[in-house]
Design a binder for this molecule. Sequence first.
Ligand code: ZN
Length: 96
Amino acid sequence: MNSAEVLEKYKSVLFKAKIVSVIAIIFAIPKLFIGFTSYTTFLGISSNVALLLFTLGFVPYIVFFYSYWKCPSCNKFPGSGWARKECQHCHVMLKE
Ligand SMILES: [Zn+2]
C-alpha cells in the first residue's frame, strides 16, 4: 500500500469515527439533559429510556473504536486524537 492509499483509507476511518461520535452524542442528549437539569423527562423521554438510549448510542462507538479504528498500514490502533498525523506504531503518515 502506498502512502496515498494510506491517507485515503485513514480519511474514511476518521469520517466513520465522526459519524459514530455524532450518533453517540445525539443518543446521549436526553440523558445529559435530564442529568443536568431538574427535569425528569426530555421531549417525553423518561430517564430510564434516556439511559437506554445513552447506552445504545455508545454501542456503535465502542464497536467502531475496537474494530475499525486502525492504521491502514499496520492494522494497529494508531493512537488517540482526531488530529493525529502519524501512526504511533509504524509511523506511517496518516494525514498530510
Ligand atoms: Zn501503523
